[in-house]
Structures are given as structure tokens and as C-alpha cells.
Design a protein around this ligand. Structure first.
Ligand code: T4K
Length: 410
């Protein structure tokens, strides 16, 4: 463990980690079960198009979240696109700007305008009061995002959607295994979309799913994900190829079976971060409601630059120099990325909380690939850096003056 400030890589010491320490290192689960599934899949010679592994995955996910239907897809972005299309959304749809770009792109890809709405700075999810203000005659729906696995204010959003005749969809990419008022995420709104990307709590390598209790919507989405085929030679809708392959389902089932172990490791890591960070001024770990179920997949720190002595970006630079690949999700916000920055050049004037939150959060490595010693070392780096903020800032400034190609990059 680094003993004093001179050991910080930014101040001339060697990097703390020889190999990059990533956020989002995938959870793997029981390798032998995975390999058995793959062997059986190869023996069957059934690799895609609703094979038995995908069907089993769908049944298990639907049962776990308590939804009537689960429609597995190749990823959550396509799942969002299909859900949006199947719901018949048009015109404008209200979404947070503080989300992964896929939420906005899934709309714009279909020439539906994402109307960026501000968030509650405490929860990072849609602010219902702002949602009400953003409704126009062209609004057809609302997409809430359960960022970091913390549920949106679902009751308030449901009320607003019902009062205004809007469809309500949830991007639950982060929220598999989480609950809201005791009910599992997956059963709210018209539908909810999970991501099973490699970086997610349960992963398929690449994968996603829409869950819904609506029989008609489910049927429509099943057709749409398979080119619109309703029979061997019969196409009923315009569709796409959104199918999940068997290989992805093999990974999904295997990681699903290890979910309790993953949550336990994530929670252990979360508590270790919380204990270490408690003594560092200006750094606070986001909290999860102890009354709800949660996957603890995200160890997100909020940086109060005035109290810490260093900004979020400076701390990110310090960590990267140590080979800790902390991430600034979702900086700078969808509204500052193209095509939205050109379409809505003044959006940042309205999105005050989004701007503030996007400027102060830093995601730290966690998951089953990260151990307690690594967490202690990361926190020690943060402790030393904030304790020597002046030296660190000067070192960062002089580093910035060196051309990128001559910098000693960790
Ligand atoms: N809605 C929300 C709210 C989302 O957060 C996402 C995706 C979506 C919708 C769309 O879901 P999908 O269509 O992806 O199913 C990553 C993920 O690719 C993306 O799934 C995720 N959210 C987003 C938050 O993070 P990038 O562009 O930041 O990925 P990248 O390559 O920088 O990797 C992230 C970190 O994970 C790195 O430190 C490397 C590490 N990593 C990654 C992979 C793939 C590994 O260690 N091993 C791996 O196999 O988007």
C-alpha cells in the first residue's frame, strides 16, 4: 500500500497496479456449468432462433422478476428500440439526459425526438416535477432510467403518464435484481428493458430483454425481434433481427445462477469502499435504500471539489496514472453529445442537476474481479491525493503541458 504522497504515481512513484483495474470487469460464474451448456448446445447443433437455452433464460428471468413475459434480445439497445416501436411511440418522448447514450439513440434512431428532462440531484433519476413541465401535445411517452440500479420514482411517473395518456417505459439496464417498494423491477410501466451486457450484474456477453405483463405487447415484440415472421412463410410486421443467440443465453443462465454470490461480493466491496471513504473529506459513496433489494453493482463516488481540494476530473487523472480506470459515467450527459448538442444547443441551461451530477460522479472498480486489498489501495490513493491537493494539482498542470505522446502513461 502506498505509504505517503511521494508514492503517488502522479508525483513520481510507480503505478499501484501493473495491470489496468477496470470498472465493469465481467462476473463469470461457474465455468464448468457454462462449458457443459456450450457442449450440449454444440451437440444439439441449435445455435440461434429461439433455442432451448434462450427459452429457459426467458422463463427464469420472467419468474424471477415476477413478470408474465420476458423477450430476450441481442442487447438492450435493440430491446429498447423494439419496445419503443411496439408501444407505437411517436413525436416526442421524455428521457433523462443523465443516462447512457443508448437510451436517447433508441428514440432518435426511429426519428422520435428525445426531450431531455432534468433529474433529482439526490437520486440521479427523473424528477417528476420536471417531467410534467416537459409535456407538450407531441409527447407520446416517458422513459425512466433506473440509474445505478436505484428505482425511478415509479409511482409519481405512473400517475403523470396515466393523467396525460402517455406510455411509460423503463430502461432498467442497471437494475436487474433490484426492487421498488418491495416488488422486483421488471413489473412496472408498460414494459421494462434489462441489459445483460458483459459489464452488467448478470451478463450474456451481449444481451438484453424486455419484460412486460402485457400479452399483446409481448406478442408484437416477439414478432418484431424475428423480422416480423409469424409463420414459416408469413410476415406480419416490419421487424428486425433482435434475437439472442444460444451462446449468450448459456452465459446468461450461468451468471444468473450465481447471482447471490455476485450480490454478496458487490455488497462486501461496497461496504469496504464506504468504510474507507468515510474518512476522506469531500468524497461520498452513493447510498442504496436498505429496505429494497439491490445488486450493489455500482460503486459510485460523488466528489465535492471544494471539500476534497481536488475536482472529480483531477481525481480521475490521479487514478488513471495508477492504472485504475475509474469512469465518469454519464459525463457530459446525452444533451452534450451529437446529434443532440447541435439539435438542442441550449439544453444545458435547463438541465442544471444533470450538469452538476455529471460533473461530480466517478465510478470505481467493483465486482467479483476486485478484491478488498485493491479497494483499500484505491482509497489510500484517494486519501493521499486529497491530503496533498496542492502538490497533486501542480503535478497535473505541468503534466498537461507535456505533449501527450511524451507523457509516461500508466
Ligand atoms: N441503458 C443504460 C442506462 C445503459 O447503461 C446501457 C449500457 C444501455 C441502455 C444499453 O445496453 P446494451 O445495449 O449495452 O446492452 C459500457 C457498456 O458497453 C454498456 O453496456 C453500458 N450501458 C455502459 C454504461 O458501459 P462503454 O462504452 O463505457 O464500454 P467500455 O468498452 O468502455 O467498457 C466499460 C468498462 O468495462 C471498461 O473499463 C472495460 C471493462 N470491460 C468491458 C468489457 C466489454 C471489461 O473489463 N471486460 C469486458 O468484456 O459502455
Amino acid at each position: 500500500m502506498k505509504a505517503d504522497k511521494s508514492a503517488l504515481s502522479i508525483l513520481g512513484g510507480p503505478p499501484a497496479f501493473a495491470e489496468p483495474l477496470h470498472v465493469g470487469r465481467p462476473n463469470v460464474g461457474d465455468r464448468s456449468r457454462l462449458l457443459q451448456r456450450i457442449e450440449a448446445m454444440l451437440d444439439r447443433r441449435w445455435l440461434s432462433n429461439q433455442g432451448p437455452l434462450v427459452s429457459e433464460f426467458e422463463e427464469r428471468i420472467a419468474a424471477y422478476v415476477g413478470a408474465k413475459h420476458c423477450i430476450a434480445m441481442c442487447n438492450a439497445t435493440v430491446a429498447l428500440e423494439i419496445a419503443i416501436r411496439a408501444l407505437g411511440l411517436t413525436g416526442e418522448v421524455i428521457v433523462p439526459a443523465f443516462t447512457f447514450i443508448a437510451t436517447a439513440h433508441a428514440l432518435q434512431w426511429q426519428e422520435i425526438t428525445p426531450v431531455f428532462c432534468d433529474i433529482d440531484p439526490n437520486t440521479h433519476t427523473l424528477d417528476p416535477e420536471w417531467v410534467r413541465r416537459m409535456i407538450t401535445p407531441r409527447t407520446s411517452g416517458i422513459i425512466g432510467v433506473h440509474v445505478w440500479g436505484r428505482a425511478c420514482p415509479i409511482d409519481a411517473l405512473t400517475e403523470i403518464a396515466d393523467e396525460n395518456g402517455l406510455s411509460l417505459l423503463f430502461d432498467a439496464a442497471h437494475a436487474f435484481g433490484a426492487s421498488y417498494r418491495g416488488r422486483m423491477i421488471g413489473g412496472f410501466g408498460a414494459a421494462e428493458v434489462f441489459s445483460f451486457h458483459a459489464t452488467k450484474f448478470i451478463n450474456c456477453g451481449e444481451g438484453g430483454a424486455v419484460v412486460t405483463n402485457d400479452d399483446c405487447l409481448a406478442e408484437k415484440m416477439r414478432l418484431m425481434r424475428n423480422f416480423g415472421f409469424s409463420g414459416l412463410d408469413q410476415v406480419t410486421y416490419i421487424g428486425t433481427n433482435g434475437k439472442m443467440p444460444e451462446l449468450s443465453a448459456a452465459m446468461g443462465l450461468t451468471t444468473f445462477e450465481s447471482r447471490d454470490e455476485f450480490v454478496a461480493t458487490n455488497e462486501r466491496n461496497y461496504r469496504a469502499y464506504a468504510a474507507e471513504l468515510a474518512s476522506i473529506p469531500g468524497l461520498s459513496l452513493i447510498t442504496y435504500d436498505p429496505a429494497e433489494r439491490c445488486n450493489f453493482q455500482y460503486a459510485l463516488v460523488e466528489v465535492d471539489a471544494a471539500a476534497a481540494g481536488l475536482s472529480r476530473d483531477e481525481l480521475a487523472d490521479v487514478l488513471w496514472a495508477e492504472n485504475v480506470r475509474a469512469r465518469r459515467y454519464f459525463y457530459p450527459g446525452c444533451h452534450r453529445m451529437e446529434p443532440y448538442a447541435s439539435l438542442f444547443p441550449h439544453a444545458s441551461l435547463v438541465l442544471r442537476a444533470t450538469e452538476a451530477v455529471a460533473g461530480r460522479v466517478l465510478l470505481l472498480p467493483t465486482g467479483t474481479a476486485v478484491g478488498l486489498d485493491e479497494i483499500r489501495e484505491i482509497c489510500q490513493i484517494l486519501r493521499l491525493a486529497t491530503g496533498s491537493a496542492g502538490d497533486v494539482r501542480r503535478a497535473l498542470e505541468s503534466r498537461r503541458q507535456v505533449p501527450v505522446e511524451r507523457r509516461k502513461v500508466a
